[in-house]
Ligand binder design. Structure first.
Ligand code: ATP
Length: 601
């Protein structure tokens, strides 16, 4: 176990990663039938201990290059990317992406947690061998260094843009990555937050990291803080050198920066074509070795010279143990529970709604459960219950992954946990919720609508409702991972309506053509309705109540009801088995589609 005093040592990142080098990198995408070259054979080198910026006009290919270097984009690429090390000569591409972190342009933070809680969760997910006191110390230290200590107990949703950006960085600093990639870390920040952000990155670079970020038009002072500028235009590299060499470089091709003009603005104006198309000329000039960036101080010397006041974990001796997936699973379960408790729209409000709708439907269909004259109204009640619960389970499920996808993608990519761990935690967490919501609805509607007062029948109805909810939410999850929320909700609503048509009530099974009858096998609503009918009218239930006001009760015998509905076979457990199968199938498909969606950039 790592001790507190070990942490308080001024330990820097390991020196396995001296530079990242890429050669002749090309990235192509098929757009309609044509092939679009987004990155066109670029090469370059980024060094540790240096702050490097990828710049260029909008659409130049900055984000695409960053995605390639991070390993976020893996298809459509050619060329070589190497990460060299003074100690290990064969430090491969895969190895460095595992040890790097990628901070995306969008912050992707869980809104309902405080800064400290986010940090502690990240710490628990990333580090196993630290006592809680050490973790506390580490978190406080990082927050202090990133000037976030005052916002420690503020929820993420109330943080300013700059604070969110710093928190995104702080979360990744917990396990002290030697390489950090940041996509437009200053976008949306005011000038003072931008300065703070770049100063922080500079400080982190001086601690021995390779820091590469994309950036839009910094002011002259900030521009000079970057050690290396990698300028892109039309997917090509038009300058790769020290920021202080920008003006001489442009002069060498006859482009003289006006006095008192910000060199960053000037080079951006040039590459944007304001002075004509200089892309070919600049690309050629940028090949010359004299402009290429070479650090003036070796990393080792930098470390000797600069006092890094950020305290981090010692990775040199590989003392950081990552937690087991089981521990991560438990942390994710806890995170889900806190989120559920704090988001009253998905917990308290839903519970109250289920209770009220249950009472409303119970009162609407009062006495229908035992009255022989109201058998068809009771069928209506059972169907309404299924439709209500299916829709209220499916629609939130359609939105579940689209709203969490960006956070999941970021955390999964940065090795916080495996997708299977996340999905297992979500599954385990989702089931009790569906059980609770079904229970609240079932209790509030079952007795008022006068269904049979037998515990076993109540439990059978309850079980079918749970399984219907789980099937519907599984179906919603698939839609949510396959398409965008608007289309997902549309397709979901239409499909449920179709399932309802062949559910066995609007047209009873014996009245369907054989082709239509086949459709009932793909409708979980029809199996659920059959199960409910069996639970309420099957299993040798005694005669129904017939009021004296009625001249004749056709459905005095419950068996008669089942027979006329074409549900006389005792199929309750077959229905349950079908619904279990649907549940497993839908969840498995949703997992595969989620994995596929995550792999897509
Ligand atoms: N998956 C894709 N399919 C087709 N074109 C793409 C794809 N990804 C990026 N592009 C195109 O490649 C070009 C470069 O995109 P990229 O996002 O890398 O630019 P950028 O320099 O980061 O721009 P910005 O500063 O506006 O974010 C753009 O024209 C973009 O439309």
């Amino acid at each position: 176990m790592m001790e507190l005093d070990a942490l308080s040592r001024n330990v820097r990142v390991n020196d396995d990663f001296e530079h990242i080098e890429f050669q002749n990198v090309t990235y192509e995408r098929k757009v309609k039938k044509a092939v679009k070259k987004i990155i066109d054979g670029v090469s370059g080198k980024f060094y540790s201990g240096q702050l490097s910026a990828i710049m260029g006009p909008s659409g130049a290919g900055k984000t695409s290059l960053l995605n390639i270097l991070t390993g976020y984009q893996v298809t459509g690429i050619s060329g070589t990317i190497k990460c060299s090390s003074p100690t290990k000569s064969k430090s491969g591409h895969l190895e460095y992406t595992k040890k790097s972190c990628y901070i995306l342009q969008d912050d992707n933070l869980p809104n309902l947690f405080t800064v400290y809680e986010c940090m502690m969760m990240a710490c628990n997910l990333k580090i196993a061998n630290l006592t809680s006191k050490s973790k506390e110390f580490l978190i406080n230290d990082i927050l202090n260094n990133l000037s976030l200590n005052k916002a420690k107990n503020t929820r993420v949703q109330s943080l300013s843009g700059g604070q969110k950006k710093r928190l995104s960085v702080a979360l990744e600093l917990i396990d002290n990555p030697p390489i950090m990639f940041l996509d437009e870390p200053t976008t949306g920040l005011d000038s003072s937050s931008t300065r703070q952000c770049v100063e922080m990155l500079k400080k982190l670079a001086l601690g021995g990291r390779i820091i590469i970020c994309t950036i839009h038009q910094p002011n002259a002072k900030l521009y000079e803080m970057f050690d290396q500028i990698y300028m892109m235009a039309k997917g090509r590299c038009v300058f790769q050198g020290a920021s202080t060499n920008t003006v001489p470089f442009l002069s060498s091709v006859g482009l003289n920066c006006p006095q008192y003009h910000n060199p960053a603005d000037f080079i951006m104006e040039v590459v944007s074509g304001e002075y004509g198309d200089y892309t070919d000329t600049l690309e050629k000039a940028a090949q010359e070795d004299k402009w290429k960036y070479v650090p003036t101080i070796r990393m080792k010397d930098t470390r000797d010279r600069i006092h890094d006041d950020i305290v981090y974990i010692d990775q040199i001796n590989n003392t950081v143990d990552t937690p087991s997936e089981w521990s991560r699973f438990l942390i994710l379960l806890k995170r889900g529970a806190v989120q559920l408790y704090r988001d009253w729209t998905i917990s308290q409000l839903k519970l109250v709604l289920h209770l009220l709708i249950g009472l409303f439907l119970g009162v609407t269909f009062q006495n229908c459960g035992r009255d022989a004259a109201k058998v068809f109204s009771n069928l209506g009640f059972l169907l309404c219950s299924l439709v209500y619960l299916s829709y209220t389970s499916m629609l939130p499920a359609v939105l579940k992954f689209p709203t969490e996808l960006s956070i999941l993608k970021k955390e999964n990519f940065n090795n916080w946990y495996k997708l299977t761990t996340y999905y297992a935690a979500f599954m385990i967490f989702d089931i009790p919720q569906q059980v609770l919501f079904s229970f609240v609805y079932c209790v509030s509607s079952y007795f008022i609508s006068d269904q049979p007062m037998e515990l076993i029948r109540f439990l059978r109805v309850f079980l079918i409702l749970i399984m219907a909810c789980l099937s519907a939410s599984g179906f919603g999850l698939i839609l949510g991972t396959l398409t965008d929320p608007i289309n997902g909700i549309f397709f979901g609503a239409v499909t449920l309506a179709m399932m309802l048509c062949v559910g066995g009530f609007l047209i009873i099974f014996t009245h369907m053509s054989s082709v239509m009858y086949l459709l009932t096998y793909v409708s979980f609503i029809s199996f659920s309705l059959e199960g409910l009918m069996q639970a309420v009218y099957g299993y040798h239930r005694g005669p129904l109540f017939c009021s004296e006001d009625e001249d004749y009760c056709q459905y005095l015998s419950p068996e008669m009801v089942l027979k006329d509905m074409g549900m006389s076979k005792q199929n309750y457990w077959v229905d349950i088995a079908y619904l279990c199968g649907t549940f497993i199938l839908f969840r498995s498909i949703a997992f595969c589609t989620l994995r596929k969606r995550l792999a897509k950039t």
